[in-house]
Design a protein around this ligand. Structure first.
Ligand code: KIV
Length: 263
């Protein structure tokens, strides 16, 4: 069994080796992932791939706490990050109240917050009150309705400068690491090189301090849409559908159950 990562050991990987993060929403998958990853993210992406909603914005604290408990139960030896859902950290008071709920009602090791310099005061308030924070800059899925779509960041000098300012502000506020999403590779690389905490990329190229993928994307379980940055390691949807089809046929033909499955 691997040794569970800590904030300290996560930070020490910077410049040494890339961090491996994956999402999970339940105990079953969390347990399967545990031996191969450094960190599990209970992302609010669960609202899309688990709950079937169109985006992450309708995820609730109740949902995040339920799924974080399931993941912590399945992966007791892994560092778990719980996403703070949209609208739960718009001011310092609410952010602290909701982050405390995560720490009191689950075994999560930190919370994740979307936003850059505009959220630095909130990150600082949480850190000052004993809550470990993972930042999330670049393309922010919780801003999809406000921005009118998922837009890759860092294409022009103004956005590039903003990303660097965001990263510096979140680091200075006390976040111990951050996710950078949907950013031009060279810009993400520059962001990672100008701060001292690990920058974990998704759709941000290879020259950052780690990678995170949504598990249902990389296992090929989510069929509707595959973003360019996703590598499908197996075609999970086909495997699942073929297996259930075989089961269905075998039940109908009475091939299943066999003697070996019978008391
Ligand atoms: O919710 C999520 O799964 C995330 C990842 C896309 C980083 O925030």
């Amino acid at each position: 069994m691997n040794k569970k990562m800590t904030i300290n050991s996560i930070q020490k990987t910077k410049g040494i080796r890339p961090l491996v993060m994956i999402t999970a929403y339940d105990a079953l998958f969390a347990k399967l992932f545990e031996d191969s990853v450094d960190m599990i993210l209970v992302g609010d992406s669960l609202n899309m791939s688990f709950a079937g909603r169109k985006d992450t914005l309708t995820a609730t604290m109740q949902q995040m706490i339920y799924h974080t408990n399931a993941v912590c139960n399945g992966a007791k030896n892994t560092f778990v990050v719980c996403d703070m859902p949209f609208g739960t950290y718009t001011n310092k008071k609410d952010a602290l109240k909701n982050a405390i709920k995560v720490f009191q009602q689950t075994d999560a090791d930190c919370v994740k917050i979307e936003g850059g310099a505009d959220k630095a005061d909130i990150v600082k308030h949480l850190v000052d009150n004993g809550i470990a924070v993972c930042g999330h800059i670049g393309l922010l899925p919780q801003s999809v309705r406000g921005e009118g779509g998922y837009k890759v960041k860092g294409r022009d000098p103004k956005e590039q400068q903003q990303l660097i300012e965001d990263a510096r502000a979140i680091e200075e506020a006390g976040a111990f690491c951050m996710v950078i999403e949907g950013v031009i590779s060279e810009v993400a690389s520059e962001v990672a090189s100008c701060i001292d905490i690990p920058v974990i990329g998704i759709g941000a190229g290879s020259d950052v301090d780690g990678q995170v993928l949504v598990f249902s994307d990389m296992l090929g379980l989510f069929e509707e849409f595959t973003p360019k940055f996703v590598k499908k390691y197996i075609n999970g949807a086909t495997l699942v559908k073929e297996s259930v089809k075989r089961y269905s046929n075998e039940v109908k033909t009475r091939e299943f159950p066999e003697d070996m499955h019978t008391y």
